[in-house]
Design a binder for this molecule. Sequence first.
Ligand code: ZN
Ligand code: ZN
Length: 345
Amino acid sequence: MKAAVLEKKEILQIKEIPNPTPQEGEIVIEVKSCAICGTDVKVFHHGHKHIRFPRVTGHEVSGVIVALGKNVTGYKEGGRVAVAPAIPCGKCYYCRRGIEAMCDNLTAIGYHYDGGFAQLMRVPVDAVNNGCVNSIPENLSFEEASLAEPLACVINGQELSKIKFGDVVVVIGAGPIGCFHVELARIKGARKVILTEISSERLNKAKFTDTDVYLNSAEENLQKRVFEETEGRGADKVIVAVGSAKAQEDSLKIIAKRGIINFFGGLPKDKPTINFDSNVLHYGESYAVGTHGSAPRHNQLALEILANKKIDAENYITEKFPLTEIEKGLKMAEEKKGLKIIIQP
Ligand SMILES: [Zn+2]
Ligand SMILES: [Zn+2]
């Protein structure tokens, strides 16, 4: 099969490698769509602590089951499936408490195992057994279904942010993740959603989300506007959907009393500290939480939300490339052109 093999940092080769064969309990899928994620760009340049080279990356995957290992039940050849890449063990302290996203033994497709930037992909036994392989509803295309994974992470984020009816929500960052947050906050009954971003090009591209307020924080004072929009209270919920220390610090200046901030975007590991007035939390009884991944059930929910078009994945898919043009796709993602870029191996 053809695969995009990351030989080492910044060396990506399209080449023939042996077809994967399913071991007992495993599934092999023919990959129909693998969306590019911001982390794919990071991994291309910097590698990742869980990646040993050579590795096929790509973790936002959908396809068709083409082979089943021994003793696989509940799946059949020809089944259309989306694969949740984060694989919980199902046995540890956190898994037993239903918090699979925090599994102590978490492994991931595209990191520990070869991922979806290839014609075929092997799905490990723990993924098959722990609910990571989900049928795609009939009315969803493979391309749409491959967006279930990023949406699943957003669903997990908003569970922990406790977004609810009547909230005023500020989302910082208008990339695909920020747009998902806006649309999901709406579904959950947010009264007002404010989307803020420093690039007017990105902000314009997010207009389909039908946000109440689009705020370019390079041109307008974020803090002033948020207080104006909230009768001086600040936002009930703030989601920082960018990996920026400045944005995290800003979020602490606009949170309402008893509000919840979510650091959804991570900071670079060599510069992970921020400065803030901790009395904001002390006197305001506010909360700060961070989220980054998802559990299998979030992926199942995401497919449902996409299937009933409460969030229309079509709005997010701006570019499609064959596997041979993956570097072009990664470059576009890095330059933040478009929203989601799909690779069709
Ligand atoms: Zn992703
Ligand atoms: Zn576990």
